[in-house]
Design a protein around this ligand. Structure first.
Ligand code: DAH
Length: 315
């Protein structure tokens, strides 16, 4: 019997041996029932045998269970081809994406990126830009004034002044940053962003301006060609001043940016001799460009911080 137990190959086989021994009609069960007729020595022997058999069954059971576990594990293998759980990755904000796109293009044209303070003094935001006190053009922008006479920067044009002050001519730069005006509707928010280009050197002309703008718009909107319309306009810091429209996909003209040849007074204010150097500047709404690129109609959504909107629009 002991040998049979030790050699049982499966748990089922062991189970039937156990039933045959200790079950209702089992051999050991019968012998135990008959124990009272045995001599004390034989009784003790039977008890010993009983205990030994039970131990043997237990041992063999645990061996067989272990073996079953090990062979199960050996058959299982890691399936590295399974898809991982879906990842919930963040993305860059659309404005950040537009900025990196714009700066990549402008830098490839040789423009260098500049920033400046958002709280500006009157000189950099207005006066140096040929907009002295009481100049009617100050009314073109609804300015936030601070108590000490400073302003929340109304235009990134202030960065032009700082860059020319610091660097002199020749210079090829673009300024980026937040700008502030008292206005709020679907296409205006009190804080918005502008990007501004400036190129000052010897013999720079209006056609250099238009070719850079055209090349920039082609690359930014990924179009083979762009149709531009140049309209005369007025900005105090450029002379002549223009506004540039672009033919949009639905054959409508869209106003894209203001631009012009930098006014000699602005160059003089930055200690650059306008008889030696001249150049152009252009400025546009960074947010507006992002709205056009992604086909959005409400500027305020950029600033809501609503993750569902960001996910839905799939930037
Ligand atoms: N600063 C102008 C604005 O906020 C935009 C602009 C127009 C910038 C013409 C320029 C420029 O540099 O040449 O409306």
């Amino acid at each position: 019997m002991q040998e049979q137990i030790k050699n049982a190959k499966t748990l089922e086989e062991l189970q039937s041996l156990y039933t045959a021994t200790f079950g209702k009609n089992g051999t050991m069960t019968a012998r135990l029932k008959d124990m009272k007729n045995l001599a004390p020595d034989a009784r003790a022997e039977l008890n010993r045998e009983n205990t030994e058999l039970r131990e043997l069954f237990k041992l063999r059971q645990s061996d067989l269970e272990n073996a079953a576990l090990m062979s199960g594990l050996a058959k299982q293998r890691l399936d590295a081809s399974l898809n991982p759980l879906p990842e919930n990755r963040g993305t860059l904000h659309p404005l950040t994406q537009v900025l990196s796109n714009v700066s990549e293009i402008l830098e490839s044209f040789g423009y260098e990126m500049w920033t400046g303070p958002e709280i500006e003094d009157d000189w950099h935001n207005f006066t140096a830009l040929n907009t002295p006190e009481y100049h009617p053009a100050r009314d073109m922008q609804d300015t936030f004034f601070l108590e000490n006479g400073n302003v929340m920067r109304t235009q990134t044009s202030a960065i032009q002044i700082r860059s020319m002050d610091a660097h002199g001519a020749p210079i090829k730069m673009f300024g980026i940053g937040a700008t502030y005006r008292k206005e709020m509707d679907a296409t205006h928010t009190p804080m918005f962003h502008q990007i501004e280009g400036l190129y000052i050197d010897k013999n720079i002309t209006m056609s250099d301006l238009i070719s850079d703008v055209r090349e920039f718009l082609k690359r930014f909107f990924e179009m083979d060609d762009v149709k531009l319309r140049i309209r005369p306009s007025y900005f105090p810091f450029t002379e002549p001043s223009i506004e540039i429209d672009m033919m949009w996909r639905d054959n409508k003209w869209l106003e894209i940016m203001g631009a012009g040849m930098v006014h000699p007074n602005v160059l003089r204010n930055c200690n650059i001799n306008p008889d030696e150097y001249q150049g152009f500047a252009f400025g546009f709404g960074w947010d507006r460009l992002a709205m056009l690129k992604y086909g959005l109609n409400d500027l305020r959504q950029f600033y809501d911080g609503d993750v569902r909107w960001l996910q839905k629009t799939g930037f």
